[in-house]
Ligand binder design. Structure first.
Ligand SMILES: C[S@@+](CC[C@H](N)C(=O)[O-])C[C@H]1O[C@@H](n2cnc3c(N)ncnc32)[C@H](O)[C@@H]1O
Length: 279
């Protein structure tokens, strides 16, 4: 059996294509791991997680390591991603990062690296993946089955709105729906500008002067009256017919082991702890 090139180049470690491409927003790993601790307090018979948008597998490793650290019983993570080009020509023209994203997807390297990288997840966590868009894949998933659903796929408004709708059906009672890239709440931004920017990934809000993901701000704002938000990571918990914010106060968190030392130091500095201290 021949080995793929990345298996030869990085036989003993995951690879994320440099500090930016695969480890976007790594400071959010703290509230992500804290969320697993929060859920684990009430569950001793295992947990099932679903991730929408896995890219090179970094966030999947975060969930897997946090499950191993905090959860008891059987633990599983299902990753759903088409690993196909999805940024528009306009977005590609606007930024190099989108060009890089699309070319990693187009060449198939993103998918190969995802499979390589999740090979470094703790063995106690069963990881599966579906290669396809969430809307189509969800037809095969059981309603009320998942204790945590993480939404980090296409951030355009219509996609995010649809992902949230589907997630509401798939999450268990007491389970959490969460996601990435909520920098500004709907009450904070210029509403007209936000509505006109639903088909772009990132935009500058004229009211605050800050860069944000308008599709995420709008879809989350319309779906939930109130959400918890930590460094752009957002979450709500299902309580009967409603979804409520979650306090992560007193929950343990940590920077997962696949994060390189220099980024780990930056994250710890951001939250004001010394270099190696757990947070
Ligand atoms: C920002 S990346 C995810 C980053 C990843 N969660 C992490 O933190 O390591 C967005 C991913 O969403 C995927 N995606 C785009 N449309 C999708 C869809 N309809 N369903 C699921 N995933 C989608 C893309 O292929 C891409 O890999």
């Amino acid at each position: 059996m021949y080995k793929q090139i990345h298996e030869l180049l990085f036989p003993n470690e995951p690879f994320f294509g440099g500090p930016m491409m695969g480890l976007l927003g790594a400071h959010r790993y703290l509230p992500m791991t804290a969320t697993v601790h929060y859920l684990a307090k009430d569950r001793d018979d295992g947990m099932r997680f679903l991730e929408v948008g896995s890219w090179l597998g970094s966030s999947a490793l975060v969930w897997a390591e946090a499950l191993e650290m905090f959860a008891s019983g059987p633990k599983s993570l299902l990753c759903v991603d088409p690993w196909e080009v999805y940024f528009s020509d306009k977005e590609v023209a606007d930024g190099e990062i989108y060009r890089n994203f699309n070319s990693l997807l187009e060449t198939g390297l993103a998918y190969d690296l995802f499979r390589h990288n999740i090979g470094f997840a703790p063995a106690s966590v069963e990881i599966d993946h579906i290669r396809g868009g969430f809307a189509r894949a969800s037809a095969f998933l059981r309603p009320g089955f998942f204790d945590l659903i993480y939404l980090d796929g296409n951030h355009h408004y219509e996609s995010t709105r649809q992902d949230i709708e589907i997630a509401k059906k798939l999450v268990s009672e007491g389970g959490v729906i969460c996601g990435d890239d909520l920098e500004l709440l709907m009450g904070e931004v210029d509403i007209e500008h936000m509505k006109a920017s639903g088909d772009v990934d990132l935009a500058w809000d004229p009211k605050t002067g800050r860069q944000y993901h308008p599709g995420v701000t709008r879809a989350v704002g319309e779906a939930f009256p109130s959400v918890s938000m930590h460094y752009g990571f957002w979450l709500v918990q299902k309580k009967g017919d409603v979804f409520v914010p979650v306090s992560l106060k007193d929950c343990a968190s940590f920077v997962p082991s696949h994060v390189p030392h220099d980024i780990k130091v930056q994250i710890n500095r951001l939250v004001g702890v010394s270099e190696e201290a757990p947070v």
